[in-house]
Design a protein around this ligand. Structure first.
Ligand SMILES: NC(=O)C1=CN([C@@H]2O[C@H](COP(=O)(O)OP(=O)(O)OC[C@H]3O[C@@H](n4cnc5c(N)ncnc54)[C@H](O)[C@@H]3O)[C@@H](O)[C@H]2O)[C@H](O)CC1
Ligand SMILES: [K+]
Length: 495
């Protein structure tokens, strides 16, 4: 018996596991029995004072879980009323109803009142279109009544694959799902619509709970095995030299924040590569961060002969005008020709709008990390961003393949994806991390991990985790400067 705490299973994969388990002799009704019992236990644990449980049961197995939960709650002395849609004759749901015969009223008759708990067992993994008619009306009524909703598997109306509502949907206070989380539990807005998610063990053996694709929550086992901490004989060069390209006089702060974050995250040395006109301004600010005046491509190429320069960050405050964009592309190409690692962020990403092939060529040549937020992703990967059928994970995976790069698709549900299909969703970033300069800090953290020799996907996952941990450690009211001060090197201690 097991729960998979880290991998994400799309509903289709979960249904396949369900079918395989039954084909291997596991009893489908036993799975349903344990699922329903887990729902009832959660209801009793979290709403011990409920006056009534209104259990809404759909026509499929999600509804079957609801009938089992209703039976257990009734046996525990809770006043239970069921509303729903008829289960197909001979189905497991019909069997579950048969074990607890009694009235199942029409959905249109359901009138939630204060003190009620609504258990939403209408649709789960089988949801395949927008909810309408009586169900849609009831959802409106329940949401307006502001009574708590406990969702079975997923709030009805939310896609388990994308986390997006297909139409009207419940907003749950809690969700009990089974065996493992689905992408819809962690991608927004699904994560918010699910409320607190509990994963119940319903009896699958661990060997059956292997994910069909390497898609998971962003968790330390993804990147800690790739961490090479400084050994006793370490010196600053062996810990890696990170370079951050500075923008012009007016916007040098962004690069500085990336540089300072890089130093804090364990890069041995960090240098700003600064245009001559901005050198004095930067010099007035930086102390441990070093500087190199770079007046153009030729100077950069000369400096690249220094093999100790391990990774570069290009984009924070770099400049978005056509001249700066052309310079960004030329500098990125030079870094790629020299075989170094590169993080493209902000203006460094926008510079490649309409230059997808060049970007792909750079990604094919070197370890490349792209860190777009929603707007930058739209500009860089226009047709993908518009494809409403894809989940954020699928969009990030497709973008990674197109750019031959690691894509960090930022947001409150940041997705990190690799061209080979690996993907991780970060689930623990606090809302106050959304502050000016936060992205510059993230680029610095990833750059620092790249210079320390971590492979690009793992460096991106670890950087995103360090970023969120620093924000949690500081708490609300965070500025980007505070965020840098709160960064701790890996392995992360409790935030
Ligand atoms: N392995 C597990 O995790 C287990 C999960 N269980 C529960 O089973 C459901 C999935 O059951 P399934 O029968 O496949 O799907 P649903 O109950 O969600 O619904 C299927 C049913 O609904 C119709 N339908 C779909 N969308 C709509 C719509 N918008 N409007 C109207 N009707 C719709 C569809 O055609 C089908 O007829 C999973 O979520 C768990 O709760 C097991 O109990 C234990 C093992
Ligand atoms: K549901």
């Amino acid at each position: 018996m097991a729960v998979n705490h880290t991998d994400l299973f799309p509903p289709s994969a979960m249904q396949a596991i369900d079918a395989a388990a039954i084909a291997n002799g596991l009893c489908g009704r036993g799975l349903m029995e344990r699922a329903g019992a887990a729902v009832a236990a959660a209801a009793l644990r979290h709403w011990p004072e409920m006056k009534r449980a209104l259990v809404l049961c759909g026509p499929g197995n999600n509804g079957g879980d609801g009938h089992v939960a209703a039976r257990h709650l009734s046996a525990a002395g809770v006043k239970v009323e069921r509303f729903g849609l008829a289960a197909k004759a001979g189905s497991d749901a019909a069997w579950a109803l048969g074990r607890f015969p009694g009235a199942v009223a029409d959905l249109a008759l359901c009138r939630p009142e204060a003190g009620d708990l609504v258990i939403d067992a209408l649709f789960g993994a089988g949801l395949d279109r927008a909810l309408e008619g009586d169900v849609a009306v009831l959802i409106e009524r329940v949401n307006a009544a502001a009574v708590p909703v406990l969702a079975v598997d997923l709030p009805s109306g939310v896609s388990g694959r994308t986390g997006r509502p297909t139409g009207p949907c419940f907003t749950a206070e809690r969700t009990v799902t089974f065996a493992a989380q689905k992408p819809g539990h962690v991608l927004l807005p699904g994560r918010a619509l699910c409320g607190a998610v509990e994963v119940a063990d319903i009896g699958f053996p661990a060997r059956m709970l292997t994910a069909p694709a390497p898609v998971s929550i962003n968790h330390p086992a993804l990147y800690l095995p790739h961490l090479r901490g400084p050994d006793a004989a370490a010196h600053k060069y062996s810990r890696g030299h990170l370079v951050v390209f500075s923008g012009p006089l007016i916007s040098g702060g962004a690069a500085r924040m990336a540089a300072e974050a890089g130093l804090k995250a364990g890069a041995g040395l960090v240098s700003l590569a600064t245009p001559p006109a901005a050198v004095m301004a930067q010099a007035a600010h930086v102390t441990a961060v070093m500087q190199r005046s770079i007046d153009g491509l030729e100077t950069l190429e000369g400096w690249l002969d220094d093999r100790r320069l391990a990774a570069f960050i290009l984009g924070p405050g770099f400049g978005a005008d056509a001249t700066s964009a052309a310079r960004a592309r030329a500098y990125a190409a030079a870094v790629a020709s020299a075989g170094r690692r590169l993080v493209l962020d902000a203006d460094g990403l926008s510079a490649f709008t309409g230059h997808g092939e060049t970007l792909h060529a750079i990604g094919a040549a070197i370890p490349l990390v792209l860190t777009p937020h929603e707007g930058e992703f739209r500009r860089l990967f226009a047709p993908l961003a518009e494809d409403k059928t894809l989940s954020k994970i699928e969009r990030a995976q497709a973008a990674a393949a197109r750019g031959a790069a690691i894509v960090v698709y930022k947001g409150a549900d940041t997705v990190i994806a690799a061209p080979d299909g690996r993907a991780a969703v970060n689930v623990d970033a606090p809302a106050w991390l959304a502050t000016a300069g936060s992205g510059d800090v993230l680029a610095g953290l990833i750059g620092a991990l790249l210079v320390q020799g971590m492979p690009a996907f793992e460096a991106a996952c670890a950087g995103v985790a360090m970023h969120a941990a620093a924000a949690r450690r500081h708490g609300p009211g965070l500025t980007a400067e505070d965020l840098i001060a709160a960064v701790r090197p890996l392995p992360l201690t409790a935030a």
